[in-house]
Structures are given as structure tokens and as C-alpha cells.
Design a protein around this ligand. Sequence first.
Ligand code: COA
Length: 380
Amino acid sequence: MEPTIHHGLAGVYVAPTDICGIDGEGGRLFYRGYDINDLTEATYAEVVYLLWHGVLPTQAQLEAFRADLLPHYPIPDKVMELLHCLPEGTDPMHMLQAGVAMLAAFDDNPDEVDPDNVRRIGRSLVVQFPNLVATYDRIRKGKEPLEPKSELGLAGNFLYLLNGEVPNPAAVRVMNTVLLVHAEHGSNASTFVARASASTLTDVYSAIAAAVGSLKGPLHGGANEAVMRTLEKIGSVEGVEPYVMDTLAKPKGRIMGFGHRVYKVLDPRGIILRNVATELAKESSEAKWFEMSLEMERVMNREMDKRGRQIRANLDFFSASVYRMLGIPVDLYTPIFAVARVSGWMAHLFEQYADNHLMRPLLKYQGERGTPFVPIAERG
Ligand code: COA
């Protein structure tokens, strides 16, 4: 019988999960049963705890969790030295992938995949990802790296390390929301890569480095940078409609930040970030990018409705203008996605290692068989 090919593994289930539920038709997202909209009331640390433990923490459990993160805050000296050695212009996603490998090299026990060790490494990575991204940004700008301030929490410490000043509560709230909406999303490409890597029983660092590489692509986490580069190229609200029409008229023309493998309606995380952007735009000198985004959404919705297509804005579409209004450099947009998503990747690694099956799909070979071998001297 001819095998069925599931291009892009669309519609294929590879494992049961308790972590994340997505209703692509209804536009709803649940972390461990909680609607993402309700979770925006929580801190990012609470959400990490929820993803990792299956329940929201009590105050005492949250404090114990924060205490468990404390020893992981300092950036190892040797890792700091290595960050200084990267050539000018190194893409922060390449830095991050290398950074994960560096952390493995300086870990005394990087390879064991028993639950305690995996959780220990998870605690380290959830703290070290923001440290690496923000510290690298300072170093490449010729600024002195800062000592992390754990008392500011995960979102606050990240902003502090990026900007060099203790952030105001409103900025922390925005970063908190950004981190928690990006934290987890089922079997997206990078999470699948993390799980597929871990299914060989390779170590956490290797699986996470692979996931970082997968996230970088413009069809996945790299889309947020592609959205801003597109808006920069267009340059004005008036330029949006002609750009969208021209792009859609081209064969395979794509508007970055629209479309999703699972959502057939507006991504619920997109709605949350559009609301965040609406608030930021009231006081921002960079509100233009958000106004252009709203215009792009208007034109895309109109055109997709005409064509009967369910291609709507996704998470990466509105995150781009949020980051712009926060003053974040464009090439840090995808690293910020990674800073958040590492918590989701880790939740999936706990699940994968606990009930492991080697992931090994098939490719349908369609080439020749039995081609006669011709020695090199006789090949024409
Ligand atoms: N703009 C215009 N058309 C789009 C589109 C977009 N952003 N996204 C999908 N389409 C069209 C494709 O051209 C294709 O059309 P066709 O059936 O006429 O050939 C159809 O929709 C299906 O696209 P496909 O790429 O096969 O679907 P998918 O489920 O694999 O795609 C994405 C999902 C995310 C890869 C895709 O929507 C995309 O490339 N979006 C832009 C990148 C992006 O924002 N990524 C972040 C995702 S969170």
C-alpha cells in the first residue's frame, strides 16, 4: 500500500501531553488548563512554575521556586569571557546557541537526564537565557556587563540588564506579559525539535541548542524580526496597502506575521499583544510602527476575507511593534522569544524524558534502486 505523506507533519500526533491545549478554530490557548487571558494576571515566574509543575504555586511555593533559581543568576566567568570573544556583528541567536553550548561545557553534570538533573538545568537556563541576551547586547554596544538583580524577578531583571536601570512597574508588566504569552505553544517547530532531540536521550543543552536554531527561522520565531524589517522597508502607513497588494499578487507572496499552522482565527496571543501595543502607543514616539501594523491587519483581513482564506495575524505580528516601542533592537526580537520559550521547551523535555520513544519518522524514497556502480575512471 502507498504510504500517506504528511507534508510538514501536518495533522500528525506524536505524543500525548498535559502541558498546552490549543483550539485553532476557536482561537483559545490553555497552559495546563488555564486560559492564556486569565494567566496575564500572573507573573512570568508563576507561569514557569505552572508549566513545570502542573499547578499554579502558592505564595510559599513561589518563594521556594525563586530561591531555587537564585544560585543560577550569576553568569559564569568563563561564559562572560567567551561572550567578549564573539566577532563583531555576531547574530544574537547564534550567540545564544553558542551560549547554551558554553553553559554545558562549564556544567559539572551536563549529560544525565534523570528528572532532578533536568530540572536543575532548566532552572539555570530560564535565568541564563535573559542574562546572555541582555549581557551580550551590552557587550556589543561597548557597555560594562551588569550583575543580575534577582530581586527584580525574571522580567524585571531582564529589563534591568538590557537598559542598565531598574525598570518602572509598567515596563515590568509589559515584559511579564510578553514573556508569558511566548512561553509555550504545544508542538511548534522548535518544541518538536527539542523533543525529537531529547528522544535520542541526548542531554538538555544539546536539545535546547537545537531548539534555538529552529526558532531562528523566519517561518517560526524569526517572523517577529521579519515583520519589523518589512515595516521599515514600507516606511509609512500610506505605503502599507500597496505593499500588501503587490506581495499578494506575486506567486507564493507572503506577508510576515500572518498565518498559522494551527490557528484559523486571530491568534489569542496576538490580541493580548495588540492590547499591550495600544496602551504603549498612547505615549510612544515610535507609535508609527503600530499604526502601520493596524493598517496591515486591516488590508490583510479584507483581502483574506475576499479570498475566503483564514490567514490572520499571529503572535509575531504585534510583538514586533511592542518591542519597537520598548526601544529594543530588532535583532533581539527573536532572542526574546527564546528567553520566554525556553520555559516551554523545558516543560516538554521533562515530559519527553519521562516517557521516551525515539522519534524517527520515515521519508518515502522515490529514487532508483540497483544503479550499476561505474569506477571513476570510466565515468563520462
Ligand atoms: N501571507 C500570504 N499567504 C500566506 C501566508 C502569509 N503570511 N501564510 C500562508 N499563506 C498561504 C500560502 O501561500 C499557501 O497558499 P496556497 O494554498 O495558495 O499555496 C497557504 O496559505 C498555506 O500556507 P502554508 O505555508 O502551506 O501553511 P502552513 O500551515 O505550513 O504555514 C506558516 C504556516 C506560519 C509557515 C505561514 O502562515 C507563514 O509562512 N507565515 C508567515 C511567517 C510567520 O508569520 N510565521 C510565524 C508563525 S507564528
